[in-house]
Ligand binder design. Structure first.
Ligand SMILES: Cc1cc2nc3c(=O)[nH]c(=O)nc-3n(C[C@H](O)[C@H](O)[C@H](O)COP(=O)(O)OP(=O)(O)OC[C@H]3O[C@@H](n4cnc5c(N)ncnc54)[C@H](O)[C@@H]3O)c2cc1C
Length: 430
């Protein structure tokens, strides 16, 4: 048994960690070590990838790229392959993953199990929209091949299914053509939610990627930086890749009530200097935090929460206004606060998080009082017809999950009885 935590570092319970190194042996390993839950790179924030006191099936060594058709852009890979490695190998060949989350330290299995979204959701949909087929291994030894056109019910349950329908052994992905690693990016400072929604509406037709950083201390009259980008030829430019690692876990969170305003002020001033257009490499634009390894240590030994919700367009503006107001009044939040509109495309998974509307994501240090703030935010989200993202969650009440994921009952029929996680016990009772 050894301690394992997820990205929020809220706890590090002991686990029996079992490596899945050979995809042909997965059925035998699952039969010998169960119940368990698949663990990719632990970039989900809460208890979704944890099984305290129980078994974790680690896919870190299941990382082979199996086949690539350079005429069609179809890539078959094992589920532990990192998005980072796929991008590094494929972009020089003129192909890219069509959807990537805000970090590329994520496995293909983790990206499917949360049906992750990126800054281009309005045009490209979710990760699951580009999965052509996958192979699922159940703990009773059954192997299920599924995809959007092959056993689509199993596919819909597994995409966004939080690892609870079986272990994804491999997947076939449809990549998309790219001119190379460069993006033409533009940063536009904005003031107020009307300005944010106007920029989003204006940008979505012409810009592939859109996202906003917001200063969570500025309240409902929010100030922020709207960022948008398109792939571009860019030429043969040199790139200075600087990667640092946060060296230690400080005894207390460095993000706290005393530092919050200054940190946001500093971030705003620093990045406002880059306002306007420029050519940038895809990595700092798409994965700004990957430049600092283990930045999650910043929050000290007690760890941190992320709160990410989506609220539908109609009531969404007022709901975001009320949430920002509540957060600023509580004096909580962090420098990592993101606002983005989603497109109208329906995601492929029964439990996919994405829905048409606007998403707000913020980090919060783990301290007394923050759970009471989450209850106030939950009430706003529910009243607006929104929901929370399980990939980021560590505390959503079960009643909220049941009320806001209407396809949950249909999903439960596909669960593997030999799979259980901290989250499944908290939100589904087993
Ligand atoms: C800095 C940062 C930025 C992020 N930005 C975004 C973003 O922009 N958009 C977004 O959608 N998400 C984002 N995320 C969340 C992240 O993309 C997801 O949590 C992702 O699922 C993590 O993948 P992982 O490989 O680390 O999986 P883990 O965290 O290890 O596991 C996540 C879930 O996937 C399941 N799983 C993993 N592998 C398999 C498998 N082989 N078979 C079956 N189930 C499996 C696990 O059981 C678990 O339920 C971000 C996370 C971080 C830390």
């Amino acid at each position: 048994m050894r301690p394992v935590s997820s990205w929020g570092r809220l706890s590090a319970p002991p686990h029996e960690v079992v490596e899945l190194a050979d995809r042909d042996h997965i059925p035998a390993v699952l039969a010998a070590h169960r119940p368990g839950i698949a663990y990719g790179l632990g970039r989900s924030y809460g208890d979704e990838c944890l099984n305290p006191e129980g078994v974790l099936w680690s896919t870190a060594s299941l990382d082979r790229l199996i086949a690539f058709d350079s005429a069609t852009g179809r890539l078959t890979c094992e589920s532990g392959a990192r998005l980072y490695d796929i991008q590094r190998v494929m972009i020089p060949r003129g192909w890219s993953l069509p959807v990537v989350p805000g970090t590329q330290q994520v496995t293909v299995g983790g990206a499917i199990a949360n049906d992750v979204h990126g800054k281009n959701h309005h045009g490209a949909g979710t990760f699951g929209d580009h999965v052509r087929a996958l192979r699922l291994v159940r703990t009773d030894g059954e192997t299920i091949e599924c995809g959007p056109d092959l056993r689509p019910d199993w596919f819909a349950a597994t995409v966004g299914g939080m690892g609870l329908t079986g272990v994804i052994a491999e997947a076939e992905l449809q990549l998309r053509r790219t001119p190379g690693p460069w993006l033409e990016a533009e940063t536009l400072p904005f003031k107020g939610l009307d300005d944010f929604f106007r920029l989003s509406a204006e940008s979505e037709a012409a810009w592939e990627h859109t996202v906003s950083w917001i200063d969570c201390t500025s309240g409902a009259d929010v100030r922020g930086l709207f960022m948008r980008a398109n792939p571009t030829e860019g030429g043969d430019r040199p790139r200075r890749a600087r990667r640092k690692t946060f060296p230690f876990t400080p005894p207390v969170s460095l993000v706290n009530r005393l530092t919050l305003r200054a940190l946001n002020e500093g971030y705003y001033a620093l990045n406002k200097r880059h306002a306007g257009r420029r050519i940038v490499h895809y990595e700092p634009f798409l994965y700004p935090l990957d430049g600092i390894g283990e930045w999650n240590r910043l929050y000290g030994p007690r760890g941190f929460y992320q709160y990410q919700c989506v609220v539908p367009h109609g009531p969404g503006r007022q709901a975001v206004h009320d949430m920002l107001d509540a957060i600023a009044h509580a004096g909580e939040g962090s420098i990592l606060a993101v606002l983005k509109t989603f497109g109208d495309r329906r995601p492929p998974g029964l439990l996919s998080f994405v829905a048409p509307g606007v998403t707000l994501a913020l980090d919060f240090q783990n301290r007394s009082g923050v759970l009471a703030l989450f209850e106030r935010l939950d009430a706003i989200v529910r009243a607006a017809g929104g929901r929370l993202y399980p990939a980021k969650d560590a505390r959503m009440p079960r009643g909220m999950f049941e009320a806001t994921y209407p396809d949950l009952a249909e999903f439960l029929a596909f669960r593997d009885p030999g799979i259980s996680s901290g989250m499944s016990r908290r939100l589904m009772g087993s």
